[in-house]
Design a binder for this molecule. Sequence first.
Ligand code: GLN
Length: 304
Amino acid sequence: MSFDLIIQDIYNQVKEAQDNGKVASYIPELLNVNPESFGIYFSANNQVRYGIGDCGYKFSIQSVSKVFSLSLAYSLKGEDIWNRLGVEPSGTSYNSLIQLETDHGIPRNPFINAGAIVITDILISCLPNYRHDFLEFVRKLSGVKSINYSAKIAVSEKAVGYRNIALCNFIKSFGNIENNPEEVLDFYFDICSLEMSCEELSNSFLFLANQGLNPHSNEQVLTKSQSKRINALMQTCGFYDESGEFAFKVGLPGKSGVGGGIVAVHPGEYVISVWSPKLNEKGNSFKGMQFLEKFTTESRLSIF
Ligand code: GLN
């Protein structure tokens, strides 16, 4: 099957289609992007690579980074992390506070902001040089040394991060944050501010298509079971209250971010990343969702 032709054809169809989405504006710096940007990058386990459009342009990956922080915390602490957060879809938006009160400060899963903030706290507790170590982890996964945080984006989010500040303090009040909330939030905003291209994202997620083995360094980053579990969480929780719809229409584990990026993994086969900054009302890339639905339909390569 010729992936490049399928991708090219769907790229052209979706590029021309009407986009009803809106660029995220609650982090002011995110508006500083060409709203018409559109890129795709496909990386297969068998070395096939194909990119089109703005696939080499670095953008703010935002919540896609939650997969990296979870993977690092999981590799360091193993199953212990599940004492601090759950593995159930929340059915709520990414920044919701509502379930935390009845759940006594235990976030439903690691991909909503509450869960990612707890994961950030775990990283701070076990890594003396956490800012540097996290970056090195992502650089190794991608095989690209130039990947970095964006101070501009992190500062812009911090200045208006009222909901995340509330979430972190609320969880702290239940005793599920060990460190100073301000330090946790600073690192959380840094993690969200990572800038990567579709090409870098696809290559850095290959370990999840490869049973936890990083093909660039030949290192086993996660065990097979841990890698399976992260894919399972992406499938059930990767798109907040649109996770069911993504499973229904696309049929792959995946993760989105408010910068307009989506990464989807076919375990054992390939990773595909899409970037288009305008978001639907659930905070997921409007064209990204459309593209991936068409891609797994026409290539017939979903996990179901
Ligand atoms: N940094 C963003 C936030 O915390 C990430 C949200 C997202 O990408 N869904 O609000």
